[in-house]
Design a protein around this ligand. Structure first.
Ligand SMILES: C[S@@+](CC[C@H](N)C(=O)[O-])C[C@H]1O[C@@H](n2cnc3c(N)ncnc32)[C@H](O)[C@@H]1O
Length: 234
């Protein structure tokens, strides 16, 4: 058996009970170091722990798949919720196993941000740049989201200098593409741990530096609901 669960984002107290139960029953628990550290108090002493990093993840997931095919109960732990900015890793798990695997919902950094910043999901689009491959379609989509009067919750890309697309780069890109500088913008860091929050405008964000563990909210200037009401179509 193999199951993927989401932990955190940051504090293990946000782990759903069903996922905690799966961890406590597991023979094998695998994941990136930072994520396994979150759940370490819940890992049974007898469980085999398979830690991995960016470089050795394929080989380590092959080992998890081998143990799963040998009949062991395996849990792969993701950060936050698998279903936001977790699918490329999920694809690697499924490639290693050779079949689709079960996933359990977790609590995303986006959900915690929405709760802290009081933003409604219905009027918000989630976009991640924390992904491999061409970012340009996602950049264009973000421009359209804001032009359509929706909020955007954005996970930046913290990788090497060539690829890095952090809040300052995101703000600069949006300004270059005609998004008004006065959009209210927030950046939250280390949610559920040592939280820090920054509030300003898109223009001000273009000069700010934030840590890798940050998530960004760009609020619409005019919510879509009020545009529809103003047009008299509701
Ligand atoms: C690969 S994405 C995974 C997101 C995760 N699946 C989720 O639902 O939160 C990792 C990025 O999410 C953001 N992130 C995750 N946890 C966070 C937290 N506690 N506070 C702020 N940002 C966080 C950071 O930008 C981090 O680099």
């Amino acid at each position: 058996m193999i199951i993927c669960i989401g932990a955190g984002p940051g504090d293990a107290a946000y782990l759903p009970q069903r996922s905690a139960q799966r961890l406590q029953e597991a023979d094998v628990i695998a994941g990136f170091d930072a994520v396994l550290d979150v759940v370490s108090p819940l890992i049974p002493a007898a469980a085999t722990v398979i830690r991995m990093g960016y470089r050795d993840q394929v080989a380590q997931l092959d080992e998890v798949a081998r143990l799963h095919h040998n009949g062991l109960r395996c849990v792969v732990v993701f950060m936050g919720d698998i279903h936001f900015s977790g699918f490329q890793y999920l694809e690697r798990v499924e490639r290693a196993c050779g079949h689709p695997v079960e996933t359990m919902p977790g609590i995303s950094s986006a959900q915690v941000l929405a709760s802290r910043a009081k933003v409604c999901f219905d009027e918000t689009t989630f976009i991640t740049f924390h992904r491999r491959g061409d970012l340009s379609p996602f950049k264009r989509h973000l421009v359209h989201v804001l032009q359509d009067g929706r909020n955007a919750i954005v996970i930046p890309c913290p990788w090497d200098a060539a690829r890095s697309f952090m809040p300052c780069h995101i703000a600069a890109y949006l300004l270059e593409n005609g998004i008004p500088p006065q959009h209210p913008t927030e950046v939250w860091e280390n949610l559920t741990r040592r939280e820090a929050e920054w509030h300003g405008t898109l223009a001000e964000c273009a000069d700010k530096v934030f840590s890798d563990m940050s998530i960004m909210l760009i609020r619409t200037l005019q919510p879509m609901a009020s545009q529809i009401e103003a047009a008299g179509t509701v």
